[in-house]
Design a protein around this ligand. Sequence first.
Ligand SMILES: Cc1ncc(COP(=O)(O)O)c(C=O)c1O
Length: 368
Amino acid sequence: MTKNVEDYFVPWVKGIPMYISGHIELAWRKPELHRMMSNENPNPPSKKVLEAIQKYGAMSNRYPDQGLVVRSKIAAINGLDGPENVMLGNGSSEVFDNIFRCFLEVGDEVIQHTPCFGIYKLRCQILGGNLVSVPMIYKDHKELVYDPDAVLKAVTPKTKIIVIANPNNPTGNFMEAEAFIRIAETGIPFVVDEAYVEYAGLQMSKVGLIKKYKNVMITRTLSKAYGLAGMRFGYALGDKDVIGQISGALLPWNVGTIPMWAAFAALEDTEALEERVHFNNGELDFIEESLSDIPGLVIFHSHANYILFDAGGTGKTGKDMVKYAEEKGLIFRPENPKHGSEGWFRITIGTKEENRMAVNVVREFLTS
Ligand SMILES: Cc1ncc(COP(=O)(O)O)c(C=O)c1O
């Protein structure tokens, strides 16, 4: 008797829907709305990057190489020996996917620290892994802090990956240095997601750990401070043996010629990066300061390109805040209720004009 095709799907993939980011779909469908929801860079690529895109676009009939030039550049920026310490991905999302595929078997565990970026969960699920979420601590109802003790306590013989974003999305803060050592010392593959580190500067990076701890891998992306989210370019840094092994699981030609050379141009264009970081950090201060007097509003001081808020104390919900903002033409990001509050929402730094609109909309709604 023939079986239905459905019966052939592996159980851990069955029923998982295509990942669709509703707010991104909305933004493309309604370009009149202001995109303050996906931690994108509001500034378009620099002239040098656009030139590279055009130049290599004209060579799109050719297959890309393995990215030796851009990998060497990334290694040099990070004080590493060479391209053998760098693996490229179609965005850092693919980098996580490749790392997870190399370490996880069905039933294995990944530890993440919540709230955090959603991709870790998705990539774990698709492999039949079990995600263990360790909540951050809401300290004095003022800041969400990392809880490395709880992360270490969550380790079991099935733990195959610990992933920590630093700074974290959506909280925008860094974990204390000593906690990295404690987690690294477990020997468990430890992924430090540094998607936003350039906003605070590379001196905050944990890349130095990979020389001592072979199990530590750093992930980065050009989607944020470099402003190339649509190009899809990310990378992992690590010990050469580990990077070599993980690279063995890569899809051939996973990163196209255009993203590779656009990334190279962006990495070379240090002035454009500085401008973007400077702009972001100034606007971040502006928003934080402008809203600091709203009674009951908790603002989470951020080192990235977004700010998390808990409006629970104002009596309003984050969901209603996001709805109101959309009526006013701005897309914000809701956050799940947690720590007894439904007031959570997140704003991505936009253009100067957008940030001023956002400040007005938040004040209007939360003080009315
Ligand atoms: C913490 C964190 N890591 C990684 C990413 C993924 O970036 P990409 O796949 O665009 O490189 C994001 C995107 O928002 C993020 O917030």
